[in-house]
Design a protein around this ligand. Structure first.
Ligand code: PMP
Length: 350
């Protein structure tokens, strides 16, 4: 090995879901929204100017728009390039203890990747047999706590009282609640940030706002947490948010009726789809997300995943302990879900 090779940071990267580009495929593998973003976003697209200049490094317009939307002050909002960027920045900013940070064993699989990247000690606490977070496990000394609510890939959402209990038992750590999927029926713990200055709530435009391609995420918390994030960001890359993302993000937030209408559509499709899946012999935890986490009474998940792919139907399969007989299926349009059900019916009956 050459000398310089010894100095390369060795990391095992996060593996995102496949992004095939095929006509007529049914893509239910990365929790994207099947509907287009608000027409206001489309209208705004042609009006973006001043690309010659650097964007506002404070992202004031989008921060202000989000603060107003959530009834907060701008000092309580931080914006990034998708919630992945916000989370990566938060790991760097808040998780600097010698004690391990805590998160579930079955959860968003980027958490351990960031912990490894930044060399943060971590401990993954097992979900119980029904895939629920055991909140008492989070009462011990730690260097920080993070979990998604609803959790991914299980889709289980815990009530605010449950989250509050974990926050209450962790006055000495920053607790991050990743609410990437909260708009699909869960109750947000955002109000808790008023009481707990160590709680950070993370959101994304990628799912409920149909803007995965634009890359906007944000988080909300006490001015002290937000200031710390801004200091780290400004020490890393001043211009994370491009002009288009700032303008189009504001346009999306400005169209509340469209937002609500399309979330309701997805919830309605999910509830109908869940009933149909049960009739086919699938079971899954109750979902408050735009996906379900399903297992079949006889057919192996891996087999279903592979057979579906042959027909250009993409769902997500994780070849990992405890969850290797489950499929994470994104809720698409009614038409997409009908085609998936038709395929599953044939497979079950074959
Ligand atoms: N958190 C969770 C739980 C997720 O599932 C995802 C989607 N991969 C993200 C954060 C990141 O989403 P984005 O960077 O698109 O905001």
């Amino acid at each position: 090995m050459k000398e310089w090779q010894k100095n390369i940071r060795k990391v095992t990267p996060y593996v995102p879901g496949e992004q095939p580009k095929k006509e007529n495929m049914i893509k239910l593998n990365t929790n994207e929204n099947p509907y287009p973003p608000s027409p206001r976003v489309e209208e705004m697209r042609g009006q973006i100017d001043n690309l010659r200049l650097y964007p506002d490094p404070t992202v004031g317009k989008l921060v202000g728009t989000l603060a107003e939307y959530h009834g907060l002050k701008p000092e309580q909002v931080f914006v990034g390039v998708g919630s992945d960027d916000v989370l990566a920045m938060a790991f760097m900013t808040f998780f600097n203890s010698d004690k391990p940070i805590l998160f579930p064993d079955i959860t968003y699989s980027f958490y351990d990747v960031w912990a490894e990247l930044y060399r943060i000690p971590y401990e993954q606490l097992p979900l119980d047999d029904s895939f629920r977070i055991v909140k008492e496990d989070y009462y011990k000394a730690n260097g920080g706590v993070i979990f998604p609510n609803p959790n991914a890939p299980t889709a289980i959402c815990e009530p605010v009282s449950f989250v509050e209990d974990i926050v209450k038992h962790n006055p000495d750590s920053v607790v991050i609640v990743d609410e990437a999927y909260i708009d699909f029926g869960g109750e947000s713990c955002l109000p808790l940030t008023k009481q707990y200055d160590n709680l950070l709530v993370v959101r994304t435009f990628s799912k409920s706002r149909s803007l995965a391609g634009l890359r906007i995420g944000y988080c909300m918390g006490s001015p002290e947490l937000i200031q710390a994030l801004n200091d780290v960001k400004q020490s890393f890359n001043s211009y994370t948010m491009n002009q288009a993302a700032i303008e189009l993000g504001c346009a999306s937030v400005g169209d509340e009726p469209y937002f609500r209408e399309h979330i309701e559509k997805i919830i309605k499709t999910r509830e109908w789809f869940c009933g149909e899946m049960q009739k086919l012999g699938f079971s899954f935890p109750e979902s408050k997300a735009n996906f379900i986490f399903a297992t079949h009474e006889t057919l192996k998940a891996k087999y279903i995943f592979e057979e579906a792919k042959k027909r250009d139907i993409y769902v997500r399969y994780f070849d990992k302990p405890r969850i290797d007989n489950y499929l994470r299926i994104t809720i698409g349009t009614d038409e997409e879900m009908k085609k998936l059900l038709q395929f599953l019916k044939e497979l079950v009956n074959s």
